[in-house]
Write a protein of this length. Sequence first.
Length: 229
Amino acid sequence: MSDIERLKFEAANAAIDFIKDDMVVGLGSGSTASYAIEALGKKVASGLKILAIPTSEQSRSLAQKYGIQLTTFAENPVIDITIDGADQVELKSLNLVKGLGNALLGEKIVALASKKLIIMVDEHKLVDCLGNKTPLPLEIVPFGWELTRQIVSQHGCNATLKLDSNNKAIITDSNHYILNCQFPKIENARKLDKDLKLITGVVETGLFVNMADLVIVAKQSDVITLQRE
Ligand code: A5P
């Protein structure tokens, strides 16, 4: 296991200590969330009783593989805790950029339904100001995507359609496209999020503003917890 993978594994294992019997748990997407789902599966096998709502097809199939019982929003509209990864975490505000794994829409719906959102990251994801460390993904409707891209670009970024290894547009779980938007700096995440969402054709942004309650950060030396004030 590489150094970064080990840190992700440690952050994931620290996060699942927050999961207790009878909770409804949101399962994030991406490699860090996958470690958490696997570790949660082991706890379930030794008696932990939870119901889970996945944020993507990837997390759904992992939960099934590890024997975690799934539920639906119809049965459980309120989630106790969601555990998920992130691509950038802004120190102080704990605002996030998420969605490099193409699951940002499901992740945001599940996060909004959660009483507590716990983010698990390795220390390389921490930034002083959100910005150019990774692109900001936007989930957009395929129809007219070229026009949507042009309008999004007017908001100060370089926006490109996300392609797979065969140069085909990536299709999300909800049958949308992804625009990768490279911003030099995101100084007002709340305003940018609102402005981008007002564009017809944009379904959701990867900006998670004022949503993370706790961020568990695995560092080389130890694992620390940051709390939103
Ligand atoms: C998935 O769409 C993302 O939001 C992930 O949570 C994020 O990209 C972090 O992924 P890793 O844990 O794989 O770094």
